[in-house]
Design a protein around this ligand. Structure first.
Ligand code: HEC
Length: 177
């Protein structure tokens, strides 16, 4: 049975509960702008979000041999993991070989993916210059850019990938999707 005192305590607790719920669970601390920027690393197909810096094919080869070759093979030939080079012209045949070069529609995605996911065990560990360099090396091996080409926020979005025009929109009536 409620006494006057227990009713009073009850209303005090529920008032405290409501105001705590309105403020949030009170867990953790607010993320700083620097922390958010560190996670907010998506690069759009048109290159929006690409960082400053640049990279060359020659530097990319050095990095590739140190940090990628064990899993992706010499010159991106594959084994034990994904083949990154070649497969051009194979997509419509009986044995399509999907690589960065034969399949991916945007060069900027090579930067985005490599920076966020590679090397497999140390993702997001490369500097932006290193990512530009190894991206340049992969594009060069695929015959898409020349050995002297330098990749940066300006040049990388201008690289036209061979398979770029062969993707169809799943919802052509809503091109923004
Ligand atoms: C320890 C092994 C390992 C290392 C080292 C490694 N990768 Fe990978 N890589 C993988 C695996 C496994 C996948 C497939 C991941 C998946 O599909 O989820 C992959 C996928 C990729 C892809 C996407 C291929 C595709 O067609 O989908 C790219 C590009 C790539 N790696 C680039 C690199 C680069 C550049 C380096 C060096 C900086 C590197 N990787 C180092 C294991 C590795």
């Amino acid at each position: 049975m409620f006494t006057r005192k227990s009713l009073w305590l009850c209303s005090l607790f529920s008032a405290a509960f409501v105001s705590a719920a309105q403020e949030g669970p009170g867990l953790g601390v607010q993320a700083t702008p620097a922390q958010i920027a560190a996670w907010d690393i998506s690069i759009a197909p048109d290159g929006e979000g690409l960082p400053a810096g640049s990279g060359t094919v020659v530097d990319g080869e050095v990095l590739y041999l140190a940090q990628c070759v064990a899993c992706h093979g010499f010159e991106g030939s594959g084994n034990p993991n994904n083949q990154l080079v070649g497969g051009h012209g194979s997509l419509s045949g009986p044995r399509p070989v999907k690589t960065v070069g034969s399949y991916w529609p945007y060069a900027t995605t090579v930067f985005d993916y490599t920076r966020r996911a590679m090397p497999y065990a140390y993702s997001n560990s490369l500097t932006d210059d290193q990512v530009y360099s190894v991206t340049a090396y992969l594009l060069f091996l695929n015959g898409i850019i020349d050995k002297e080409d330098v990749m940066d926020a300006n040049t990388l979005p201008q690289v036209e990938m061979p398979n770029r025009d062969n993707f169809v929109l799943a919802y052509p009536e809503n091109p923004d999707w």
